[in-house]
Structures are given as structure tokens and as C-alpha cells.
Design a protein around this ligand. Structure first.
Ligand SMILES: [Zn+2]
Ligand SMILES: [Zn+2]
Length: 364
């Protein structure tokens, strides 16, 4: 089966033929219909995020179940599924604390780019090929953990539903799951790519006002307003001054959806006393955020959020319900559909800040 392979940092993706082993117990083989292209994929190519190589990138997957590993009873052949990043084992410390977004069983995929048992199902002429996040969806087929699969009804196209696997769940989940983000409180969202635009829509659904979108791309700001932002600010301007003009004291909550320490600092500065910054973008692991400590005496707070602080099995169906009743729109998030052969050009667009979300659509 064809896949886009990354052999090493800063190398271009190569379209290659790979061997794929059958699913092991607890796994399923899916035929990919679509894969979103997320900033984290780009970050592996640049070395901001580490992965063993060679690796097949891609972790925003949707497809059709083709083969069941031993013991899989939750799915059947032909099921249309979105693949979440959390196997949500239901047994570990974090799952028991109600935080499956921190499930211990995410570690092999997220850190080691392997399946849960530490091995891989992909190879090329006998050479081991790693699978990013245990998903590896820049490929025609994938072996994934059955527990990570969420069934999607026929009325939501998989070419859009794939975004629920990472970006949309991260953005919308953060808004839905943080109790600080309430109706009629102010919210700034810095970065209006796939994650930020999902957060804006969730905020509109939750009745948050005003919603202030900030980006340096005028096209994304236009989209942000169409999807529910009350104000759109050009990040090249003096955003602190503009936020004060709109809110008086500053915002109740600011979401940083880029993973850039400069915008994390900017989010901190635009908070009102008692306000909360939520950093959802993924910075380079060793980076430090230069925030003014004086803000702590104004009772400002800084929180991280991973994967929308979500429970995928609860929150993906909840999002599908909002999509079905017309409140949440996936179409505007997709700037381009492209074939696997153009995965590299999509990463180049993402690096240049062009477009919201690119989606690889497979032609089987
Ligand atoms: Zn767990
Ligand atoms: Zn992602």
C-alpha cells in the first residue's frame, strides 16, 4: 500500500510502497478515506517534535474498518470510524480520574510512534517503519487500536469527520471542557487555523461573548468572523491596546492555539485580573514562556490543555451532534483537499501559514 514516508528531519516526504502486517489482538485495519494535516505532523518534519524514523506521519484519520484483530467486539467490518489519539484504556490512573486525554496508553504512540505493545505493523523490504501516534494516516491503510475508533454515522462525510481526530477536538474540547469559559464572558483566541476556528465555533455554541479572534492572516480572520467571532484583530497590530479597547480590563480567558511562546506571553498580557490563559498549541519541549510574574498578584492563571482536555468517546459524538444540527461547520475549516502525492506541498503551505486545514483524500 502507498504511504508518504519521512526518512529523517527536514527531508521531503517520499511516496513509497510499504508492507502492512495484519492487525494484532485488540487492533483493527482501516482503509483510510481521509487524513487531516496537523501542525504536529509539520513539527515532526522540522524536529520541534521528536519521533523515531523512518516514520509515516498523519494522526487525523477517518476510514472504514476492513479487518478485525483477535478479541475485537466493539467494531465490525465496514464501520465508518474516526480515530482518536487516546485508546482510553479505562484502567489506568488517569482514565480512572476521568482524564482519558492523559491515558498512559497514549505514550507508545505519542512518544515512540509504535503500537501499544511497542512494535510496529509497517515495514519496507524488512526495515521497520514507525507509525506516528500509532495512527500513521498519510497512507492508504492503517492498523490502529480498536479502542481508539469512534463510529461515525453515514450522514457525516469522512473527508470532514477526520478533523475530529485531533484539531477540532482540541479546539472545541477546550472550550466545552474548561468551566472558566462561560456564557457572556470574554474570550480571545490566538491563532485561527483548524484548532482556533473549532474553538471559535464551540464558543459561539456555548454563548461566549465577546469572542475575539487574533491572527496575522486576513483570510483566516474573515473566516473567524463568519464562524462566530465578534471581533477579528490583526496580530501585526497592537493587539493589547485593541483588546483593552474592546473589553476594558482585558479578557476573562485567552486560548493560545499556535504553540508559540511569544503569543503565549501576549495571551498572558491580555488577561484581566483573575483571567485564565489556556495554552493548547504545542511548543518545542525545552522552550520557556517569558511571562511577567506580576500578573500572578492579579490572580492571573496559566493552564495547559492537551487534546481539548477531552474524553474522545464522549466529546466526538457530542461534536457530531452539533455538526448534524447545523451548529458546527467542518467545511469552512478545510482549505484544500489533495491526494497523498501532494502531502509535502500541504506541509509547505502549513509552514507558510497558508490555509486553515488541508485534508488528504485517498483515491482507492
Ligand atoms: Zn488509560
Ligand atoms: Zn494534531
Amino acid at each position: 500500500m502507498r504511504a508518504a514516508l519521512l526518512r529523517g528531519k527536514a527531508q521531503p516526504l517520499e511516496i513509497v510502497d510499504l508492507e502492512i502486517a495484519p492487525p494484532a489482538p485488540g487492533e483493527v485495519k482501516i482503509r483510510l478515506v481521509a487524513s487531516g494535516i496537523c501542525r504536529s505532523d509539520l513539527s515532526v518534519t522540522t524536529g520541534v517534535l521528536k519521533s523515531p524514523m523512518p516514520v509515516v506521519l498523519g494522526h487525523e484519520a477517518a476510514g472504514i474498518v476492513e479487518e478485525l484483530g483477535e478479541g475485537v467486539s466493539s467494531l465490525k467490518r465496514g464501520d465508518r470510524v474516526v480515530v482518536s489519539l487516546s485508546p482510553a484504556c479505562g484502567e489506568c490512573l488517569f482514565c480512572n480520574e476521568g482524564a482519558p486525554n492523559r491515558c498512559f496508553q497514549m505514550a507508545p504512540g505519542m512518544i515512540g510512534s509504535t503500537m501499544l505493545d511497542g512494535s510496529n505493523r509497517l515495514s519496507q523490504n524488512g526495515e521497520r517503519i514507525y507509525q506516528l501516534c500509532g495512527v500513521a494516516s498519510f497512507a492508504e491503510e492503517a492498523i490502529v487500536c480498536a479502542r481508539s475508533c469512534i463510529v461515525v454515522d453515514d450522514d457525516v462525510p469522512l473527508e470532514r469527520a477526520c478533523l475530529l481526530g485531533c484539531g477540532v477536538l482540541t479546539g472545541a474540547g477546550t472550550v466545552f471542557n474548561f468551566p472558566d469559559i462561560k456564557p457572556d464572558t470574554s474570550l480571545a483566541i490566538i491563532g485561527c487555523g483548524g484548532v482556533g476556528l473549532a474553538a471559535i465555533q464551540a464558543a459561539r455554541i456555548k454563548g461566549v461573548a465577546p469572542i475575539i479572534a487574533i491572527d496575522i492572516d486576513p483570510a483566516k480572520l474573515t473566516l473567524a468572523k463568519e464562524l462566530g467571532a465578534h471581533h477579528a484583530l490583526d496580530g501585526n497590530d497592537d493587539v493589547q491596546k485593541a483588546v483593552r479597547k474592546l473589553t476594558g480590563l482585558g479578557v476573562h480567558t485567552a486560548i493560545e492555539a499556535i504553540g508559540n511562546v511569544a503569543t503565549m506571553e501576549s495571551a498572558w498580557e491580555m488577561l484581566r485580573p483573575g483571567g485564565l490563559e489556556i495554552a493548547v498549541g504545542m511548543p518545542r519541549a525545552g522552550e520557556k514562556i517569558p511571562i511577567r510574574a506580576g500578573g500572578l498578584f492579579l490572580e492571573k492563571r496559566l493552564a495547559g490543555s492537551t487534546y481539548g482536555s477531552s474524553d474522545p468517546r464522549r466529546d466526538i459524538p457530542r461534536l457530531l451532534a452539533h455538526i448534524r444540527n447545523g451548529e458546527f461547520h467542518l467545511d469552512p475549516l478545510v482549505s484544500e483537499e489533495l491526494p497523498l502525492e501532494r502531502a509535502q506541498s500541504a506541509l509547505d503551505d502549513l509552514a507558510a501559514g497558508r490555509g486553515a486545514r488541508h485534508v488528504i483524500v485517498f483515491d482507492h
